[in-house]
Design a protein around this ligand. Structure first.
Ligand code: HEC
Length: 142
């Protein structure tokens, strides 16, 4: 009986400290993504826009677009790998072929890669589930 009460006490105090009643979980998540996008814009402007252009429109037959890119949006793991390890060989993006090399950007931190992917995947008409630094870390080992 006393043991049961003790467990109930631990459970209620433990849970109430985890779940704050004023901030529902979904709102916290949306806010985190918003912060990630803000950081990601800086990473994009410093490392990507020279080739993919400021609005992600790319350059025809040279640098593929990221805005509404079917290739980018199809496979999130592949997108993480592209930034970390670079990409070479012919690819088709929105029906156009590209075959220049993209350099690896493994000098970016796990958080920077997650932020820049969140920026390009939730901008210019794109929308996707958030990428986490942990996912980037797992992909970096490959
Ligand atoms: C030096 C130019 C250059 C830079 C800088 C660059 N890329 Fe690329 N990127 C390319 C090229 C070229 C390809 C196509 C590679 C191929 O054809 O195999 C590509 C392909 C891609 C693709 C897959 C194709 C698509 O359009 O969906 C993604 C995603 C991508 N880049 C993201 C990024 C991100 C994010 C950054 C910055 C962290 C970046 N790139 C920086 C040249 C660049």
């Amino acid at each position: 009986m006393i043991k049961g009460l003790f467990i109930a006490f631990i459970l209620t105090t433990g849970l109430s400290s985890l779940v704050s009643p004023t901030e529902p979980a979904a709102a916290i998540q949306a806010d985190t993504l918003k912060e990630s996008l803000k950081r990601g814009e800086k990473v994009y402007m410093a490392n990507c826009q020279s080739c993919h252009m400021p609005e992600g429109e790319g350059i025809p037959a040279t640098f593929p677009p990221l805005a509404k890119s079917d290739y980018l949006m199809k496979d999130q793991k592949r997108a993480i790998g592209t930034v970390l390890h670079g990409l070479s060989g012919e690819i088709t993006v929105n029906g156009e072929k590209y075959s220049m090399d993209m350099p690896a950007m493994s000098y970016l931190s796990d958080e920077e890669v997650a932020d820049v992917l969140n920026y390009i995947q939730n901008n210019w008409g794109n929308k996707a589930k958030a990428v986490t630094p942990a996912q980037v870390k797992a992909e970096r080992k490959k």
